[in-house]
Every structure is written in C-alpha cells, then in structure tokens.
Design a protein around this ligand. Structure first.
Ligand code: FAD
Ligand code: NAI
Length: 467
C-alpha cells in the first residue's frame, strides 16, 4: 500500500491549492518542495513581491507628484530603498509562513527537497543536506511551474543582465534600466523603477505592448506610461546584450533595419517564462514534453500516464497564479470523482501598473479574426465622478457583445482599480449575461465600477447617461 494517496510536486499556487483541496476531500496528501519556503514563484519571486514593490513605489510617486494637488504639503520626501526592499521581504515571509500554517492545519505532510520520479508511484526526494527520502504514492500532481526564459544568444549573468528575480532585489536603484520585453513583467517592474527615479527604456520586438490583451488597452497604457516617463522602443529586435564595465549595452535592429544601441546600469530580460521540469525524471515514467517544453495533458489534466496529473505553468495555457489555482482544485475534485469545470475564456488577465489594466473574454482582434458579428460599448474614466474625486481620470471600460443576442463576449479595462473591477466582468461572462442585464443593475455611486455599467449602456443603443 503506498504511503500517500496523492503527492504534489511543487508548492506554488497550483501545488499548494491542489494539496489543500485533496486534503479537504479526505485524501492522505504530501507536498514536495525543493526550496526552503513554500509558495513557489508567485509568493517568493513573483506576484507578491512585485505587488509589494508596486504598492510602495506608488506611495512614493503619489507623495512626490500628487499630494500637492490634494492640498498636502510634504517638506522632504526621501527614498529609503533598503527599507522598501525589507518591507517586501517581510510581506513574502508572512505569506509563505501562512502557507506552511495551511499545510499543517490540513494535515498535509511537507517534504523539503528536489523530487525525481523513480517510477509512477515512487519518488526520490533529495534534501538540501543531500539525504534521500523515498515517497510512495498512489497518484501524483506535477506542479513544478516555470523559470524565466531568455532570447537566443543572451545569457543572464544575474548581475547586470538580470531576470525578474534579481530585479526584485537590486542593491541600488539604477539610474538607467533597459527592459527587454514590453509584457507584464517588463511594464510592472519597469513601473516600479520609473517611479523611483530610474530612466526606464523598454525594447519590444512587436509593434505593441502586452500581447494577448486587447489592443486598445495596449495603446492606452503605452500613452499613460509614456506620460509617467517610461520610454518605449517598439518593433526593435534585440541582437546582442553585453556587460561593459559597470553597465550593459544592448544592440537592437529597428524596423528600418538600422542598429540602435542602448546603454544602462542593468538589462532586465522579460521575454516570457519556460516550463520547469529539470531533473524530474519524466523519462522514468514515459512522459515526454511538447515542443515548448510543456507537459501534455488531456481534458482532465492527466498526462499520458494514468494517475499522473500536471497543472499550472508547466502545462499549456496562461502562466497565471489564479489559472494554476483553478487547475489544482479541478484535479483534486476530478480525482475524488467529482465533475468540475474550468472556463478558460473567463480567466482574467491583469497588469498592475497605475492605472491598472485588466481584461477577460475575447479581444476585439480575436472577434475580427473570426468575422464575428459583434458590437462595442465604451466609457472613459474621466466622465466618472469617482475618478474626478481621486484625480484618476485616465482609462476607459470597453465591452464587446454579440450583435444579435447582446451576450457579453469580452470586457477590457484601463483605469483605477481595474484589477478588482474585472471580477464583475468574470461573473458576467460565467453567467453569460447580456449587456442589457448589467446595464440594468444598480452600481454604487460614486465608484469606478460605474464605468462598466455605462459601457454596457453604450453597447445597448448608445444610451450611456454621463456622456
Ligand atoms: P510555481 O509558482 O512556479 O511553483 C512551482 C514550485 O515547484 C516551485 O516552488 C519550485 O521550486 C517547485 N519545484 C519545481 N521542480 C521541483 C522538483 N523537481 N521537486 C520539488 N519541487 C520542485 N501571476 C498572476 O496571476 N498574477 C501576478 O500578479 C503575477 N505576477 C508575477 C510577477 C513575476 C515577477 C513573476 C515571475 C510571475 C508572476 N505571475 C503572476 C505568474 C505566477 O507567479 C505563476 O503563474 C504561478 O506562480 C504559477 O504557479 P505554479 O504553481 O504552476 O508554479
Ligand atoms: P510576456 O509574455 O508577458 O511578455 C514578454 C514580452 O517580450 C512580449 O511582449 C514579447 O513580444 C517580448 N519579446 C519576446 N522576445 C523578444 C525579443 N527578442 N526582443 C524584445 N522583446 C521580446 O512575459 P513576461 O513579461 O516575461 O512574463 C512572464 C509570465 O509571467 C507571463 O506569461 C505572465 O503570465 C506572468 N506574469 C503575470 C503577471 C500578472 O498577471 N500581472 C505579472 C508578471 C508576470
């Protein structure tokens, strides 16, 4: 008899949520984590530390640039970067300890060390001290996540040519930061340093930022971030990155095929992440990877080997913490004989700049590509009483609906608190609401959420009230 009914490899948001749900469903559960703290990328070097720095740097920006307009005079504003970093580390610690507590509460055995399959029911775990423990288990959920990727020929030395992990803990605030990649990491961490006084130059291969999100959001956030001081070089293909003395040199080719040189203190490479399966022993159980290094799974998130499941960043789909969490719950419930469901089209994407950017459902380009008969409605934040009160007037809400049935197909937001506002859009999509449904629901006044109601009114007979 194996010792555990379910063993999870990896304690990120996919793994720890799966472990808790398995335990709630009565399974004897173990979780294996190679790092000393639980929580994976998200808690240790991802979502949580980046948001901690975004929040702190936003306070600094507001104190420097916006307090005066609100009638607050501050004599001298100084940046205490070591304290800002320390607060971020404290937030990480509290959050990771919280996961440790949840494991204990749910009677989940935590095993520290690197897991390698010996066979489909036997896992070898090598601890930091080199000692080996063998775990026997009926079923396994692989939740080993992802690592930063790079571009061909560019090696991150982690000193001057850095990934997001190092960018979260730089010793000094740089004077000049070159960011390769205008995606979520580039814009969030770029924002942090731009607010702290760094000259941030974003070099992006495509002719737009945040690919995958609605193009209108990309255009709007580029305009706003430019106003905040960030510089963008779109349609630039990076050729080479080198360390030169105390700095870096990045060479890229622009649309006209001309060489453009960028120099800075650091170069942050933020061009996506790759699934992580190093030394997992997948070959010992007959699981092979797809061409992008991901673990192939069926509609139940089960690999080619019965009883071995995979979730989160290591499988196909958006590399997001909440997607990994949904998959963790899905697999636990599937194993328990339930019939859960994930609507991948209703998983929101958020960019935590200020203002925030958020979207869910179909983008306008996706509908155009399908020749879909759709209509749009939109509403600018500057026409909201709440936005004028807080002076957060940048941005808009945009809705895409089926022209015939009025069903909501996508909601896209740039504006204050868009990250929280998108929850209403998710509910609307999941319940297959029409624009008319939402337009007729009371939204508290004055709130930013009124932008969504007004966009729905605009989508249904152009009848928004405050425009
Ligand atoms: P991970 O969180 O990567 O966890 C995998 C775990 O498995 C790791 O702890 C690893 O050590 C462990 N592991 C791997 N192999 C083994 C092995 N063989 N044995 C034992 N343990 C192993 N997403 C959002 O939704 N919102 C955000 O705001 C957000 N911000 C981000 C900011 C940054 C800077 C980064 C880098 C990412 C961010 N993400 C965000 C993405 C998010 O962190 C990931 O999508 C999420 O962590 C994936 O969860 P996961 O459980 O699949 O894997
Ligand atoms: P990303 O996929 O968001 O963006 C990468 C960007 O790099 C793209 O715009 C791409 O066109 C560009 N790029 C690729 N090759 C390039 C090259 N050679 N030269 C110049 N630009 C190039 O990936 P990112 O920002 O690294 O984030 C990784 C993952 O982490 C994302 O998939 C995301 O899901 C997750 N994440 C989520 C966050 C959130 O939800 N707020 C925050 C941070 C990360």
């Amino acid at each position: 008899m194996p010792e555990f009914q379910t063993t999870i490899i990896g304690s990120g948001p996919g793994g720890y949520v799966a472990a808790i749900r398995c335990a709630q469903l009565g399974m004897k559960t173990a979780i294996i984590e190679r790092y000393p703290t639980l929580g994976g990328t998200c808690l240790n070097v991802g979502c949580i530390p980046s948001k901690a720095l975004l929040d702190s740097s936003e306070h600094f920006e507001n104190a420097n640039k916006h307090f005066e307009a609100h009638g607050i005079k501050v004599e001298k504003i100084e940046l205490d970067w070591p304290r800002m970093r320390q607060r971020k580390d404290e937030v990480i610690e509290q959050t990771c300890v919280g996961i440790q507590f949840l494991m204990k509460k749910n009677k989940i055995r935590v095993i520290n060390g690197h897991a390698t399959f010996k066979d489909k029911q036997t896992i070898s775990v090598i601890g930091a001290d080199g000692a080996e423990e063998t775990v026997s288990t009926e079923r396994v959920i692989i939740a080993t996540g992802s690592k930063p990727s790079s571009i061909p020929g560019v090696v991150c030395d982690k000193k001057r040519i850095i990934t997001s992990t190092e960018a979260l803990s730089l010793e000094k605030v740089p004077e000049k930061l070159i960011v390769i990649g205008g995606g979520v990491i580039g814009l969030e961490l770029g924002s942090v340093y731009a607010r702290l006084g760094t000259e941030v130059q974003v070099v992006e291969f495509l002719d737009r930022l945040i690919p995958g999100m609605d193009f209108s959001l990309a255009k709007e956030i580029q305009r706003i971030l430019k106003k905040q001081g960030m510089k963008f070089f779109l349609s630039h293909a990076v050729q080479n990155v080198s360390v030169e003395g105390e700095g870096v040199k990045v060479v890229a080719k622009n649309k006209k095929d001309e060489e453009v040189e960028f120099r800075g203190d650091y170069c942050l490479v933020a061009v996506g992440r790759r699934p992580y399966t190093d030394n997992l022993g997948l070959e010992n159980i007959g699981v092979s990877l797809d061409e992008q290094g991901r673990i192939p799974v069926n509609e139940n998130l089960e690999t080619a080997v019965p009883g071995i499941y995979a979730i989160g960043d290591v499988v196909a789909g958006a590399m997001l913490a909440h997607k990994a969490e949904e998959e963790g719950t899905f697999v636990a419930e599937t194993m328990a004989g339930q019939k859960p469901h994930i609507n991948y089209k209703a998983i929101p994407g958020v960019l935590y700049t200020w203002p925030e950017v958020a979207g869910v459902g179909f983008t306008e380009d996706e509908l155009k590509a399908e020749n879909y008969n759709y209509k749009t409605g939109s509403f600018p934040f500057k026409a909201l009483g709440r936005a004028r009160a807080s002076m957060d007037t940048d941005g808009f809400a945009k809705v895409l609906t089926d022209k015939e049935t009025d069903e909501i197909l996508g909601i896209h937001l740039v504006g204050a608190r868009a990250a929280d506002l998108i929850a209403e859009a998710v509910v609307a999509l999941e319940y297959r609401a029409s624009a008319e449904d939402i337009a007729r629901m009371s939204h508290a006044h004055p709130t930013y959420a009124e932008a969504i109601k007004e966009a729905m009114l605009d989508a249904t007979d152009k009848r928004s009230i405050h425009m």
